[in-house]
Design a protein around this ligand. Structure first.
Ligand SMILES: [Zn+2]
Length: 197
């Protein structure tokens, strides 16, 4: 039962990724795409990586994001701690985490660790060029905000020197709802849904 529902989720996520790519290409680029609107050279499961900054209007973002994703990514929102997404993140195995707004690779399971803080945590980014940090002085504190460097979407915050036993002693505290997880096994398979029954 559990396995079936996981596969259903992965299938759904893959479908959504393709849908989002189609939307993004239509509004942002509108060129060099096949007639079907799908990227020309993308392996199943692995979203095509954006080659330039992804810029959209609020209305365009609302079309491809859920209301919660829009609130987090575009309005600096924060998901509820210890939510369902955090529980799912803890159970996820080896794989890659992409930005739900633009598909840029941000983290992998190799940088993942459980900080027991109620949000997904990573000790480093897997693609540093896709991450940027800014000083955030909201709520009367000084924090370092983490954003996607490709679509400028808010991801969370990064904390340093908390004493975690990781290679960097940094904690990228990230909203799980704006991460798109693709298991390593799914990437590169010709048809993951059929093979992994
Ligand atoms: Zn992004």
């Amino acid at each position: 039962m559990k396995r079936v529902s996981q596969i259903a989720l992965v299938s759904l996520a893959t479908g959504m990724a393709i849908l989002q790519l189609s939307c993004g290409d239509a509004t942002a680029d509108g060129k060099k795409q096949s007639a079907t609107g799908e990227p020309a050279s993308t392996e199943p499961g692995t979203p095509a990586q954006p080659s330039k900054p992804v810029i959209k209007t609020e209305e365009e973002w609302k079309k491809i994001l859920t209301p919660e994703q829009f609130e987090i990514l575009r309005k600096h929102g924060t998901e509820r701690a210890w939510g369902k997404v955090y529980a799912e993140w803890k159970k996820q195995g080896a794989g890659t985490y992409y930005c739900v707004g633009c598909n840029a690779e941000l983290f992998t399971s190799k940088e993942k660790f459980d900080a027991r803080c109620g949000w997904p945590a990573f000790f480093d980014a897997s693609k540093h060029e896709n991450i940027k940090t800014l000083t955030d002085t909201s709520f009367g504190t000084v924090r370092v905000e983490v954003r996607c460097n490709v679509c400028d979407g808010h991801l969370g915050h990064v904390f340093t020197g908390e004493g975690f036993d990781t290679p960097t002693d940094q904690r990228y505290c990230i909203n799980g709802k704006v991460l798109k997880f693709v298991p390593f096994a799914e990437a590169g398979k010709k048809d993951a849904k059929k093979e992994d029954k």
